[in-house]
Write a protein of this length. Structure first.
Length: 121
């Protein structure tokens, strides 16, 4: 038998992990298109998306679709592409750090829940 432990905090952390993974996927797509003429860098507003995710958890709603937007203020090359490998590398490192942090928080939350379950033993 599989036990499924879910708390509000674990649901919030799960949404955080989903957003971190979405951010990493967008960054990888930008990197993959560095040589595509006319390609424009895309991203997400992590803070705004996280606020929306927390609101969804509080309201008992399913996760909303992430809003992807063009990143403004980047310098385009003559072919119209504005992907910067340096910028994307930093964004990927940040997304990976967010994901690792989320995993650690989720482990702690599950351990806390398991400790509470086994507290009477």
């Amino acid at each position: 038998m599989t036990m499924h432990i879910e708390t509000r905090l674990s649901e919030e952390i799960t949404r955080y992990l989903d957003l971190a993974a979405d951010e990493a996927k967008l960054t990888a797509a930008n990197m993959a298109n560095i040589d595509t003429p006319g390609y424009r860098t895309v991203g997400l507003d992590f803070e705004a998306e996280m606020r929306e995710a927390l609101s969804d958890v509080e309201g008992g709603r399913a996760p909303a679709k992430v809003r992807v937007k063009a990143v403004d203020g980047l310098i385009a090359r003559p072919d119209g592409n504005n992907v910067s490998m340096d910028r994307e590398s930093l964004d990927l490192a940040e997304a990976q750090l967010k994901f690792k942090t989320g995993v650690a928080l989720l482990r702690e939350e599950y351990q806390r829940a398991m400790d509470a379950i086994h507290a009477d033993k």
